[in-house]
Design a protein around this ligand. Structure first.
Ligand SMILES: Nc1ncnc2c1ncn2[C@@H]1O[C@H](COP(=O)(O)OP(=O)(O)OP(=O)(O)O)[C@@H](O)[C@H]1O
Length: 278
């Protein structure tokens, strides 16, 4: 459905993405992770046709995408999106007038769940409430692809929990491709089905989160024993303390022995091992 093939995006001397290829071919919740400046927003904007690639090809449903051919079926919610200063319920009505597929009932229902005052004007809403309105406009857009760039910025803990529940409901009811970029790794891991990690403009990892649950673990013990046990496996990081070592592995599980301790790596530790500096 979404494909980037050998895509490079330069901003003058700065590199946004470098020779990047990936295909997202089934509905579900995709979580996009990367350090600051890794290239997440660049990736999302290329899919939405807000940027032109410097080279390579971006397609959505087989159609080439660029700034002159923005894909109809993609709704991009920027973290800093702004809207006309009208009452929130009028924003929803306008969205319906402009896009007949906009699901105003779904938007109203979600707003009630978030306890949004629909009579409030957009500019009178707090930062978190504005982000919520932007998110609702995306989730109710009924487009095949919904992109949320840093949606939980400004949400309190309870609103974030409601937001993740909403993502899950929307995913179950509507079967969309939902791509969420975030820095709150452990929180999103509850709902994300696929994980994309971008590092310095390159795709570092694309995997099912269930695979990470099964294949990401640490092995701690005497250096020689650990090194022998993990020989040939994909080691993504290591820490040494005295004669002991902890190796972080992303590969098939190993047999447990009394000589070492094997523990699962949470998504956050997995991410840090993969893209963190030594
Ligand atoms: N308009 C621009 N002009 C010049 N350089 C840019 C521009 N937009 C992005 N970049 C550069 O491209 C690289 C990727 O930026 P991008 O915004 O895609 O990263 P990001 O992963 O979304 O970061 P963050 O998590 O901090 O939002 C960075 O080095 C950034 O400085």
């Amino acid at each position: 459905m979404i494909s980037l093939s050998n895509v490079t995006k330069n901003y003058g001397k700065n590199i946004g993405l470098r020779n990047f290829s990936v295909t997202l071919d089934s509905p579900g919740i995709y979580c996009l992770l990367g350090r600051n400046g890794a290239g997440k927003t660049t990736f999302l904007k290329l899919i939405a046709g807000h940027h032109n690639a410097s080279s390579g090809k971006v397609t959505v449903n087989g159609n080439p995408v660029d700034m002159l051919h923005m894909p109809e079926q993609v709704h991009f919610v920027a973290s800093d999106a702004e809207h006309f200063n009208m009452r929130i319920k009028d924003l929803f009505k306008t969205a319906k007038e402009l896009h007949s597929q906009f699901d105003i009932h779904f938007a109203t229902e979600i707003s009630q769940r978030f306890k949004l005052d629909l009579n409030k004007k957009y500019e009178q809403a707090s930062f978190g409430m504005k982000v919520m309105v932007n998110t609702i406009l995306g989730m109710a857009s009924n487009k095949a692809v919904i992109i949320l760039d840093e949606p939980v910025l400004g949400f309190d803990a309870i609103t974030r929990k409601n937001f993740y529940d909403l993502l899950q409901d929307c995913n179950e009811q509507k079967q969309k491709v939902i791509i969420v970029s975030t820095h709150l790794i452990d929180e999103i891991s509850r709902v994300a089905e696929k994980l994309l990690i971008i590092d310095q403009g390159e795709l570092k990892l694309y995997a099912d989160t269930t695979d990470i649950d099964e294949m990401a673990y640490s092995v701690t013990g005497p250096a020689k024993v650990v090194e022998q046990l993990t020989q040939g496996l994909h080691i993504i990081g290591a820490k040494k303390v005295g004669g002991f070592v902890s190796q972080y592995i992303f590969d098939k599980p190993i047999e447990d022995t009394d000589m070492v301790m094997v523990s699962p790596l949470g998504l956050q530790d997995f991410f840090i091992s993969l893209v963190g500096e030594e």
